[in-house]
Design a protein around this ligand. Structure first.
Ligand code: UT7
Length: 328
């Protein structure tokens, strides 16, 4: 069977209006603008209001992506929402979104691979379209990280922000679209980035709430070391798998966790920072939403043009990683 070429045919993003600066955080925890900026590159992040849910941001981002793709809700065959902050444990946020969009012909499920979730979603969608099983798939990375961040823990609360990014995927001209992908996991590193309570291991209880077990816990140094290595390695792997050379790459859209991690990835594939998308100064780390929001900004700003070889790469809890090389 000849596989179809699969690409991203529309992008969209949504961000809450409220801005929380590093100076605002100085009033909440023992930190400083200088520390946050020099260690991470983050200056401010968006924080959703109490009532806003992940599906609200996903809905807004999806409408924009579908408009760009010229795709109606009825045409969607599948909706995948990558998130670690679903509206609720179940039903899936993807089902909530399907109802809201009126995508009555779409199957829908959530996918959890933390910050790598969007790339896991894109790779999953690619399989369905390449085989001809589905024609149009909506993939979203959406998070309200502020609801699982402990605003008494300075080692994590300064890092994260809220947002959503969406893409519509479909068949593209032969030779274009996704040329290669790379997904992986390293489960033994799960202990470095996790939310202990709320699952079957430690269901919600008065004690779990009292001990702040429903918030993110992170061994930042360990995650940092893993990220620096894997972002470069995985990027190099998709370039090689696609049969390309480092100099063929035009643009990099990395997960937005830390400028130092992004710089290390760019250096590994010998790409100048002028060809790397960085927006974490404005949004912080939005987990699964970081890559699709950055991609949408780059596409709408004309930083990515038809024919460009674009590498998307991310890492996150699990531990997990993912990369894709796309001929735009
Ligand atoms: O999407 C995946 C999510 N996770 C990540 O991407 C995390 C990856 N890791 C990182 O980005 C970095 O490890 C951090 C930014 C989290 C930390 O940077 P670092 O250079 O590794 O700092 P550190 O953890 O070694 O901490 C240095 C010092 C410590 O003080 P002592 O022990 O040296 O006295 C911390 O207590 O900085 C202190 N510190 C802070 N100080 C001011 C930690 N957080 C803060 C803070 N403000 N917010």
């Amino acid at each position: 069977m000849k596989l179809k070429s699969v690409g991203i045919i529309g992008t969209g993003s949504a961000l809450p209006e409220r801005i929380m600066t590093n100076y605002d955080l100085e009033k909440i925890v023992e930190t400083s603008h200088e520390w946050i900026l020099s260690r991470t590159g983050i200056e401010e992040r968006r924080i959703a209001d109490e009532k806003t849910t992940t599906s609200d941001l996903a809905y807004e981002a999806s409408l924009k992506a579908m408009e760009m793709a010229g795709t109606s809700p009825e045409e969607l065959d599948l909706i995948i929402v990558a998130t670690i902050t679903p509206d609720m444990v179940f039903p899936a946020t993807a089902c909530i979104l399907q109802d809201r969009l009126g995508a009555r012909n779409a199957a829908a499920f959530d996918l959890e691979a933390a910050c790598s979730g969007f790339l896991y979603g894109v790779t999953t969608a690619q399989q369905f379209i390449a085989t001809g099983h589905y024609k149009k798939v909506l993939v979203i990375g959406g998070e309200i990280m502020s609801k699982i961040v402990d605003f008494t823990d300075r080692s994590t609360c300064v890092l994260f922000g809220d947002g959503a990014g969406a893409v519509v995927m479909g068949e593209v001209e032969e030779g274009f679209g996704i040329l290669s992908t790379d997904l992986g996991s390293k489960g033994e590193g799960g202990k470095y980035l996790y939310q202990p309570a709320g699952g079957s291991l430690e269901p919600a209880s008065e004690e779990s709430v009292r001990n702040r077990r429903h918030f993110i816990k992170m061994g930042g140094g360990e995650v940092f070391k893993f990220a620096v290595r894997i972002m470069g390695e995985s990027s190099a792997r998709v370039i090689e798998k696609a049969g390309l050379e480092l100099e063929d790459v035009d643009y990099l859209v990395p997960h937005q966790a830390n400028t130092r991690i992004i710089e290390a990835a760019a250096k590994r594939i010998k790409l100048p920072m002028s060809r790397v998308k960085v927006n974490l100064n404005r949004y912080g780390n939005m987990s699964a939403a970081s890559i699709p929001v950055a991609l949408d900004e780059a596409v709408r700003a004309g930083e990515i043009k038809k024919g460009d070889h674009v590498v998307l790469v991310g890492f996150g809890g699990g531990l997990t990683w993912g990369a894709a090389l796309i001929k735009w």
